[in-house]
Design a protein around this ligand. Structure first.
Ligand SMILES: [Zn+2]
Length: 135
């Protein structure tokens, strides 16, 4: 509010130097506009504070909703939270997209990234058996 206060102070200074009624009327208009601006600025600052508090609360809620328990097991990332219906599910430890499991062409189990980042691991058992180890 420094600039507006400066304008108010300058208007007071001008008031002491006013030469006639016209000068006084202009100065009073400037003072009225400055006071109006000052009151508007107070409202804006109060609104900013309210919005910052609201934003912080929304961030806290979002963080709570997105929070997940994370484990790395047999080189695979497992997550459990709201988006997995509170059940363990497999994810790529490299890019964190869901991971899928199947058998590689030779028949050995493999777990791979569904996002095609190239991550793949060949665990000694199928993904379902690894998921069962987590429970
Ligand atoms: Zn990936």
């Amino acid at each position: 509010m420094g600039a507006i206060k400066d304008i108010v102070d300058l208007a007071k200074d001008l008031e002491s130097r006013a030469k006639d009624r016209q000068d006084m009327e202009l100065i009073h208009k400037i003072q009225a506009l400055s006071l109006s601006l000052q009151s508007h600025e107070v409202e804006v600052v109060e609104r900013d504070i309210r919005l910052m508090e609201e934003n912080a609360e929304l961030k806290r809620q979002l963080s709570e909703l997105q929070s997940e328990e994370i484990r790395i097991h047999r080189l695979i990332e497992f997550r459990r939270g709201k988006r997995t219906s509170e059940k363990w599910d497999s994810f790529c430890p490299k890019c964190h997209l869901p991971a899928g499991g199947n058998r590689a062409p030779g028949g050995s189990p493999q777990v791979y990234c569904s996002g095609n980042c190239g991550w793949v691991v060949y665990p000694p058992m199928m993904l379902e058996a690894i998921l069962a180890e987590l429970s």
